[in-house]
Design a protein around this ligand. Structure first.
Ligand SMILES: [Zn+2]
Length: 56
């Protein structure tokens, strides 16, 4: 019984707060074009950012 979600995580761009959901963070941020700026965040933190409450 494998859960396809279990390898996925939320990543946040530390430059522009772009949220990415996937197995690995993007190398290049599609919003601010900075490289290697994504850090892994919890689902809760990602939801807060998506809802407009930036954590900074
Ligand atoms: Zn960015």
């Amino acid at each position: 019984m494998s859960n396809p979600w279990e390898n996925k995580a939320f990543y946040r761009c530390t430059v522009c707060n772009d949220i990415h959901f996937g197995v690995i963070p993007p190398e290049l941020c599609p919003s601010c074009f900075q490289k290697d700026k994504y850090i892994r965040v919890s689902k809760k933190e990602a939801e807060l950012i998506i809802n407009g409450l930036t954590v900074k």
